[in-house]
Write a protein that binds this ligand. Sequence first.
Ligand code: CMC
Length: 429
Amino acid sequence: MTESLTVRDNRTGMEYDVPIVDGTIRAADIGQIKAADDAPGLAVYDPGFVNTASCRSAITYIDGDKGILEYRGYPIEQLAEKSSFLEVAYLLVFGELPTKEQFDKWVHAITYHTFVHENIKGFMQGFRYDAHPMGMLMASVGAMSTFYPDAGLIGDADNRHLQVVRMIAKMPTLGAWSFRHAQGKPYVYPDNDLSYTENFLSMLFKMSEPKYAADPRIVKALDTLFILHADHEQNASANAVRAVGSTQVDPYSAVSAGIGALFGPLHGGANEAVLRMLKRIGTVENIPAFIEGVKAGNERLMGFGHRVYKNFDPRAKIIKKACDDVFEVTGVNPLLAVAKELERIALEDEYFIKRRLYPNVDFYSGLIYEALQFPPEFFTVLFAIGRTPGWLAQWLELTTDKEQKIARPKQIYTGPRTLDFVPASERWA
Ligand code: CMC
């Protein structure tokens, strides 16, 4: 079989052979096709990058039709059951599972870097009492670049590694403080005797007790949720990290762009939107009318549908199990009944079947978060903490990929041309 594409330009009658490599053609090869020698090359129009590969990546594999998700080749189901978030973070960042010695060193480094500069606490306290925690997280991660000006030396591998460790270590501290801030409670410093996820829970919930002891089932469920969110190949926020990172800016600036992308309700903000939707529906009896509204195009069924998964989202399956574990500790969230019935009705409805819309990772995660007493606006912060190793793995891959360039898409210009400018003094006379 010839691995090439023959394109005939009917404007000129010319034929071009374009090589196919790894199931793709290079946009630059299409660019050589011109209607005339001095005409611009043919370009590809793809809003939302629906069918455009922006990089080669060896981090995460997804088969959307089969519902497969693998980090560095390991199935998500096995990692969620048998690994820990910090081990998965190591796997994503380094590409291989750690030896015992490598893992101990990694955990020690992450633990050692959990504290943030006292001035970061100072400016976080300056936010309004009702500041959205995602806005606080985005701003404080971006601001970290001012505390670590060496982070701009992205050509140095050791330096890159140091920033990766710092960011994974400090994200729970910043996240927890954005939570305490909204509650008017004092910020809690990290407790480095505790595991990554235990320490996070301690910074969230500790009051006057000398040591916070979280229920191990809650620790395991939250750790699993972090694993499920750790990477998802070229999603909107990874793409934002890569686009901003392609300018060779420091990784704090790049990751804060990723946090901005994750904030949106079509991406990580969906878990918050799901919970607000479930609360609005309220009871099982109101579901049919709600579904009719969705089908009429009035709104979307949040937590349903995915750009890549067209059969099921493997993360959603694992989350359902985590739901049971958490509810064993907290008692069942009454909105679970609404969610389950909503899922049942939607999965039998022609509208959703035809469009291949299934529950995604955000459909059930919000119920767990609410049972853990998190307000909806905090849900996406949890997603961001989990996604941090993924963003950093994507950023590391970008910085060492010789094929990468500054991200700079083309446009199709549709505005006016060559107008004559009339100064304001004449226009307004
Ligand atoms: N509810 C109702 N209709 C939907 C939904 C939905 N949740 N999602 C897609 N559709 C319809 C859409 O209206 C369109 O219909 P038509 O062909 O008649 O115009 C068709 O399905 C295809 O939708 P699309 O918008 O072209 O699909 P997309 O791949 O661009 O969007 C998505 C993917 C995730 C943004 C979208 O499914 C959505 O908005 N879902 C709700 C938000 C959500 O749950 N997001 C979390 C995604 S998973 C976690 C993450 O990545 O952060």
